[in-house]
Design a protein around this ligand. Structure first.
Ligand SMILES: *Cc1c(COP(=O)(O)O)cnc(C)c1O
Length: 493
């Protein structure tokens, strides 16, 4: 690599790193100039790039030019203040710095010895966050439980399902696998179904119980109790309940205390998925949404959604870590530290945590750095203010919607998501098409990006506030676009 860019030259890193930071800072400065939702056609990039990789080095400037002209047009700008789709994926300076340092150290922390600080910081930071959320002490590392950072909520529910499965199979025998039943509501994230597929749960034994508007799409304890009784009568074995606080569709909150009681009385594993809404629970006034977490065996929230920690950082706590380790540990010879001094044989003596045994892959990044930096550089009070501001903006949007008689708010807002729609003129089928068209027209302006869901067969628009750059003026501007396009659409009918 004569003359060109070396893999690891400190001065070149400084030079190129500064250029990249400048590039990203300029991107954030001009982010509102891009259409929020990318407007490219499928396959657009293939036509713009060469068929094979270059034989000779190219310049960074040349690549920056390509990023501007070829990559950014194909980016949907999740960090745009006009992004209101799905749920947010927060970026922040603190999170970004943590990511940088993690890339800089580039350790692979599968066991304690591979970087003691990586394991130990993760333990400390997840204890901090557990205390901020006021989780029960059993989730702290001091006892039999503890926290671990997974990549996503999907991985969290998978590892928990495997632990729950194996725990019950040890009791009832391996041959009972096809009798195991998992329960959740029909609003539960599809990650649970995927976990069942991977975990070998019989496809017919994933009970997604019906919810409806009368209970605000929360899982009914009576419906759960009845389903369990039926299954037990049919010689099936209930083994896991997955409740959600803040469903992906409409932020429904399952009644944890009542559900937890049922789960316990049947010896089932009780998992709580609070991927999005868990962040709100750092504020005392929203903490009540996870009342009942005391009964849970595991609890999960995504710091990468709404807590200023760059993707990926999904925090999972578990009360009985041995259940997880039982399912996920392997101990191949090549990872043993036989020749090391006694002190370093800690892993084998179970003196330390080896996070490889708490997750699917062996390798893992030093992700706790970014959560640590977020908690320290912002502090709890600022983080609470951040959440409250988004909820205030969502409340403001909800008021704007309810003041326009052409629209309705479909489900009561709890956090920073507003579910709303244009009211039907004739029948429901017509309303779905109307709202579908409105969504397409609004998103194609490039000024705003919102998404949709279906609730009780109704096509519903979702407006999720949560991008770090969003201010009241962006919410107002989004509402202006919605009103204007609704007028056009209704006028043309
Ligand atoms: C977003 C979300 C998920 C999935 O999150 P990933 O981290 O992308 O797997 C799961 N459950 C709920 C309630 C969510 O909102």
């Amino acid at each position: 690599m004569e003359g060109g860019l070396k893999p690891m030259d400190a001065e070149q890193l400084r030079e190129y790193g500064h250029k990249m930071v400048d590039f990203i800072a300029d991107y954030y400065k001009s982010i509102e100039n891009f259409p929020v939702l990318s407007e490219v056609e499928p396959g657009y990039l293939h036509k713009l790039l060469p068929d094979s990789a270059p034989s000779h080095p190219e310049s960074l400037q040349h690549i920056f030019d390509d990023i501007q002209t070829k990559i950014l047009p194909g980016v949907t700008h999740w960090q745009s203040p006009n992004y209101f789709a799905y749920y947010p994926s927060n970026s922040s300076i603190a999170g970004f710095l943590g990511e940088m340092l993690s890339a800089g150290l580039n350790i692979v922390g599968f066991s304690w010895i591979t970087s003691p600080a990586a394991t130990e910081l993760e333990i400390v930071v997840l204890d901090w966050l557990a205390k901020i959320l006021n989780l029960p002490n059993e989730f702290l590392s001091a006892g039999q439980g503890g926290g671990v950072i997974q990549g996503t909520a999907s991985e969290a529910v998978l590892v928990v399902l495997l632990a729950a499965r194996d725990k019950v199979l040890i009791k009832v025998g391996k041959n009972a696998l096809e009798k195991l039943v998992v329960y959740a509501s029909d609003q539960t994230h599809s990650a649970l179904q995927k976990a069942c597929q991977i975990g070998g749960i019989h496809p017919e034994n994933c009970r997604l119980l019906s919810t409806d508007a009368s209970a605000d799409y929360a899982l009914s304890p009576a419906v759960l109790g009845e389903a369990i009784s039926n299954d037990v009568a049919n010689d099936l074995i209930p083994f896991m309940l997955c409740a959600t606080v803040g469903t992906t569709s409409s932020t429904a909150v399952d009644p944890l205390p009542a559900l937890g009681k049922i789960a316990k009385s049947h010896g089932m594993w009780f998992h709580i998925d609070a991927a999005y809404a868990g962040s709100a629970c750092i504020c005392p006034e929203y903490r009540h949404y996870i009342n009942g977490v005391e009964e849970a065996d595991s609890f999960n929230m995504n710091a990468h959604k709404w807590l200023l920690t760059n993707f990926d950082c999904s925090a999972l706590w578990i009360k009985d870590r041995s259940a997880l380790i039982q399912s996920l540990s392997t101990n191949p010879e090549f990872l043993k530290n036989k020749k090391l001094p006694l002190m370093l044989q800690a892993s084998q003596a179970n003196l330390v945590v080896d996070f490889k045994d708490w997750q699917i892959p062996l390798g893992r990044r030093f992700r706790s750095l970014k959560l640590w930096m977020v908690l320290r550089l912002y502090g709890l009070e600022n983080l609470q203010g951040y959440i409250r501001n988004h909820i205030k903006l969502a409340k403001h949007f909800e008021e704007l919607v309810s003041q326009d008689p052409r629209f309705e708010v479909v489900t009561p807002r709890k956090f920073s998501l507003v579910c709303f729609r244009l009211l039907p003129h004739n029948d429901e089928a017509c309303a779905s098409k109307l709202n579908h068209d409105l969504l397409d027209i609004v998103n194609s302006t490039g000024k705003v990006y919102i998404s949709h869901t279906v609730l009780s067969g109704k096509y519903v628009l979702r407006f999720a506030v949560g991008a770090p750059l969003t201010e009241e003026r962006h919410v107002n501007a989004a509402w202006d676009v919605l009103q204007e396009k609704a007028s056009t659409l209704l006028g043309s009918m």
